[in-house]
Design a protein around this ligand. Structure first.
Ligand code: 13P
Length: 287
């Protein structure tokens, strides 16, 4: 059964480790992440962007697929199914479809509107026992080939949003989605410390987990980060493994290709990547 991310994040915060959010794009990714979480005895959060939601035929399809896998793969570790960077409408759609957790990313609104929309969702999620992630200070990333540097959240605004009763808070601390540029100055630990000082026990979320050096990850966890999102790194290993398979000519064999065989190397590569990340985040054995 899918669970809210609340308990797993509170435990991670208290135990000084982080739960990984791994974004899913298809059946193979989902199965690879769930099997690895079970093998590692680690709690896990499956992230779904709105784009991935459309690709996978809508949120109801995803809920059906994930619930089916929890049952058929005998998954016993805690699993949350979470909307990543949701719009207000997207969050409501996921709640209706049966997600156990949603993120409402109101960071691009003025703080008053972010507060109003987040408050409405806090009330809905409370009634239904779902977890809710909010965001302050937008996270940088690549758009049309240009990498925007991540914003730094205002600690006072973080406190305003945390006080609404959200489950977890994503705050920009110079982190970026996708690959970090050569001249990236690193995470702003001074900002993270100031946010932690204002928000107290609130589990903090670090987006843009791809390419952050391990020592920075560990320091961020020691300063209150309890959830780390990873997407691009899984995409990269999936792509590399699939390309190697095709280049080796194994998909041809005179009879066309077998899609199950074609996707198998990427599936195995994601399992290894998720395992590596769970070890770095310290969530192994915490289920
Ligand atoms: P990366 O793509 O950089 O791993 O970031 C993932 C993320 O933060 C999803 O919300």
């Amino acid at each position: 059964m899918l669970v809210s991310a609340k308990d797993m994040l509170n435990k991670a915060r208290d135990g000084k480790y982080a739960v990984g959010q791994f974004n899913i794009n298809n059946l193979e990714w989902t199965k690879a992440i769930l099997l690895t979480a079970e093998e590692m005895k680690s709690p896990v959060i499956l992230g779904v962007s709105e784009g991935a939601g459309k690709y996978m035929c809508g949120y109801k399809t995803i809920v059906g697929m994930v619930n089916g896998m929890l049952d058929c793969l005998n998954i016993t570790v805690p699993v949350a199914l979470h909307l990543d960077h949701g719009s207000f409408e997207g969050a409501k759609a996921c709640i209706n479809a049966g997600f156990s957790s949603v993120m409402f990313d109101g960071s691009h609104y003025a703080i008053e509107e972010n507060i109003a929309k987040t408050t409405a969702l806090v009330n809905t999620c409370d009634v239904l026992g779902l977890s809710l992630e909010a965001e302050v200070g937008s996270i940088g990333g690549e758009e049309d080939g240009v990498v925007g540097m991540g914003e730094c959240a205002d600690p006072d605004e973080c406190k305003m949003i945390a006080d609404l009763g959200v489950t977890m808070l994503a705050a920009g601390i110079g982190n970026i989605h996708g690959k970090y540029p050569e001249n990236w100055p690193g995470l702003r630990f001074d900002v993270l410390e100031a946010i932690k000082a204002k928000t107290g026990d609130m589990p903090l979320v670090l987006h843009g987990g791809t390419g952050i050096p391990d020592d920075m990850i560990k320091k961020a966890i020691s300063l209150g980060v309890a959830k780390i999102n990873v997407n691009t790194e899984c995409q990269l290993v999936f792509q590399e493994a699939t390309r190697a398979y095709i280049e080796a000519g194994k998909d041809l064999q005179g009879k066309g290709f077998d899609p199950r065989k074609l996707l198998a190397p990427g599936f195995e590569a994601i399992k290894l990547k998720v395992k590596e990340k769970m070890e770095i985040f310290g969530s192994v054995g915490k289920a």
